[in-house]
Design a protein around this ligand. Structure first.
Ligand code: NAD
Length: 418
């Protein structure tokens, strides 16, 4: 698929472009393209919400099960006013290749509600989460499809989802969602897992580029569940996080990630933290740093923002932060891009550990979680780096070839019913 430069690149365009390329590079057939470019199950639901003042509002909700070929589908639930079906399909597709790349026994899914959660009270958020869960109830379950947190949702939402599912089942079903509070069967290390995985990817990318880890400079766009934990992990590893941003803007000059997080928690944004200077999100992307971590939303690095990027390494904490045109610019500049399906896979890897622990009712220590996360991520990183060299392709192409190739192989081996 080719796109005119004036056309806005959507996450679905991006995902399909990357899939087409992987299919061609792997020498797969048109039958494979037809099978792999089609989501398996889409559920669109209306989610009514009674507001605290008794008004009733309707919101659109989605659950897309892109693939169940390699196991139950798995993917986050996003609460964001801008989500639509196309983006949800794109994110569910990425989850499919991500689970295959990391060799987890899952397909891929994504879901969400088109709502701005910051405008809901806690009680409204709970009612919306429970009603959404009950609308998608027939297609989720520990053996079918296992939701997790994503943008705008967290462990509170997972607790309400788990409770709603369990009340309907008549007994506790902790394995229906991951990213739960520890006391409800959550896993140690899940909260920080995506950020910890991003940090592992950053260190490996620096090693590839022969840049010293100690003192390497980092700018991070997005200071939520991924950005904050990545910043904290990188700071502990001796890197220097020089700038971070959120939806309201960015800052430089803070004394530590912890102190900035404290300010952000109390004020709802990093902007205005004592002793800092403010910058725009675009200025943050263009800082002369060693590492840039986009960890906010899709379509951040585009044909218009990519030319100004000076980082030597881009590690994608967010899903689909780089459009194909932005990617081309980064490649032409010789910037090493660690793609989303590899860089942010720490979240789904530890979600998998949580699901395994829930199935076995046997819980691991934090060290076991860390060790296993490290070993799965390093195996995937090494496979991608080796494929990139042997096939003379970028890391993104290599990651997609491995992920897509595994799903195609699973399809072939299972055969077509009937
Ligand atoms: P979050 O809601 O916890 O945080 C999102 C952050 O991005 C916030 O700081 C927000 O202010 C900022 N942001 C939002 N819009 C922005 C904009 N236009 N410009 C700059 N900053 C903006 O979400 P999260 O869970 O950290 O997810 C971030 C990204 O990482 C998403 O793409 C998500 O799909 C991806 N991801 C998340 C996980 C996970 O485990 N949470 C796992 C894999 C990938």
């Amino acid at each position: 698929m080719t796109m005119a430069s004036s056309k806005k690149e959507s996450p679905l365009d991006t995902a399909l472009t990357q899939l087409r390329r992987a299919i061609d590079q792997l020498g797969l057939s048109e039958n494979d393209w037809n099978t792999l470019s089609t989501p398996r199950r889409i559920l669109e639901v209306a989610v009514p919400l009674r507001r605290d003042d008794d008004r009733v509002e309707m919101y659109k909700g989605y659950r897309v099960q892109y693939s169940t070929t390699r196991g139950p589908s798995k993917g986050g639930v996003r609460f964001h006013q801008d989500i639509d079906l196309d983006e949800t399909v794109a994110l569910a597709m990425l989850m499919t290749w991500k689970c295959a790349l990391t060799n987890l026994p899952y397909g891929g899914a994504k879901g969400g509600v088109a709502v701005n959660p910051s405008q809901l009270s806690e009680r409204e958020n709970e009612r919306l989460t429970r009603r959404y869960t009950s609308e998608i109830l027939p297609i989720i379950g520990p053996e079918r499809d296992i939701p997790a947190p994503d943008v705008g949702t967290d462990e509170r939402n997972m607790a309400w989802m788990m409770d709603t599912y369990s009340v309907n089942a008549g007994y506790s079903v902790p394995g229906v969602v991951t990213g739960k509070p520890i006391v409800l069967g959550g896993s140690l290390g899940r909260t920080s897992a995506t950020g910890d995985g991003v940090a592992i990817a950053v260190c490996e990318a620096l090693r590839q580029k022969k840049i010293a880890q100690d003192g390497a400079t980092v700018a991070i766009q997005g200071f939520g569940k991924v950005g904050y934990w990545a910043a904290l992990a990188l700071e502990k590893l001796g890197l220097k996080v020089v700038a971070v941003s959120d939806v309201k803007g960015g800052v430089t000059g803070f004394s530590s990630v912890e102190s900035l997080q404290k300010f952000a928690r109390e004020n709802g944004t990093v902007v205005g933290a004592p002793g800092t200077e403010t910058l725009t999100n675009t200025e943050l992307l263009h800082l002369p740093v060693d590492v840039l971590v986009p960890a906010a939303l899709a379509d951040s690095i585009t044909h218009s923002t990519a030319p100004g990027i000076k980082a030597k390494v881009v590690v994608e904490g967010a899903n689909a932060p780089t459009t194909p045109q932005g990617d081309q610019v980064l490649n032409d500049k010789g910037i090493l891009v660690v793609p989303d399906i590899l860089a942010n896979s720490g979240g789904v890897i530890v979600s998998y550990f949580e699901w395994v622990q829930d199935k076995q009712n046997f819980f691991w220590s934090a060290d076991e979680v860390k060790e296993n996360l490290n070993s799965i991520m390093m195996r995937a990183i090494n496979e991608v780096a080796e494929t990139s060299v042997s096939k003379k392709v970028t890391w993104r192409e290599a990651a997609n070839m491995i992920g897509v190739g595994r799903v195609a192989q699973a399809h072939r081996l299972r055969g077509l019913y009937p």
